[in-house]
Ligand binder design. Structure first.
Ligand code: ATP
Ligand code: MG
Length: 229
């Protein structure tokens, strides 16, 4: 059996206190091996974004532990978490998070700028990804002038440019028609296979999650089928 790359041990996340408390995640446990790809599915409010944020060390569990590549990421200091996100994680956020003041190619290059990768290397990698995602004609455009689909493809390109060990994509195809959504997922899967990335893609859309043989289903913060839920 392959050893796990990502492992969650009874992860819970509660927001607020007292009557206002919301139990967004309840004792979620699962493991993924290196290179394994899974869809994260569940109704609105079931905890998908919360789970992705906890896995990507943008947020901490209220209890339980997260291990990535042998390290307990849920115990990182703020500085360690920031460094971990910069180097090891690619995020595609649910709300489009391209920087409006930067061109598409500058947005895609951003993770490499933060890692001080030399300009020539950055330009080469950006050009490869613009071509891969069919965006080469839009390189100099600013995000407000891009279509929803172009922005989403750009967000995925930006998330993978630094070859992270783990790609967390929150509804990455919400603005796309069926054909375009399928192509984006196929590109994510192709890049993940090439780079050996762990992938977690949240989606409500069966046309998206049916492309993943492995599916994790959340309901009211619980992994469906997990003991105690
Ligand atoms: N910062 C927060 N403060 C308080 N409650 C929160 C916070 N973030 C999320 N929640 C609550 O936690 C629950 C899970 O939210 P989450 O955003 O993870 O759901 P989701 O499955 O991503 O939903 P959607 O499909 O609509 O994006 C919801 O009840 C939500 O209102
Ligand atoms: Mg969400």
């Amino acid at each position: 059996m392959s050893s796990s790359f990502l492992s969650l041990e009874r992860v819970s996340r509660c927001f607020g206190t007292g009557h206002a408390a919301v139990q967004a995640l309840s004792e979620v446990s699962f493991s993924l091996a290196a290179g394994e790809q899974a869809a994260l599915i569940g109704p609105s409010g079931s905890g998908k974004t919360t789970l992705l944020n906890v896995v990507g060390a943008l947020d901490r569990p209220s209890s339980g532990r997260v291990f990535i590549d042998g390290e307990c990421s849920s115990a990182f200091s703020e500085a360690q978490a920031a460094e971990f996100r910069r180097r090891r994680v690619g995020f595609v956020f649910q709300d489009d998070a391209l920087v409006p003041e930067l061109t598409l190619e500058e947005n895609i290059a951003l993770p490499l700028v933060l890692l001080s990768v030399p300009k020539v290397e950055r330009q080469q990698r950006v050009a490869e990804l613009l071509t891969e995602f069919g965006l080469q004609d839009r390189a100099k455009a600013y995000p407000p002038l891009l279509s929803g689909g172009e922005k989403q493809r750009g967000a995925v390109a930006r998330a993978v440019i630094h070859c992270p060990g783990i790609l967390l994509a929150d509804e990455p195809t919400a603005n796309l028609d069926a054909g375009a959504a399928t192509r984006v997922i196929q590109k994510i899967q192709k890049l993940a296979n090439q780079q050996g990335m762990v992938v977690l893609v949240s989606s409500h859309d069966p046309r998206v999650f049916e492309q993943f043989p492995l599916r994790l289903c959340l309901e009211d913060g619980c992994l469906v089928g997990a003991p105690g839920c």
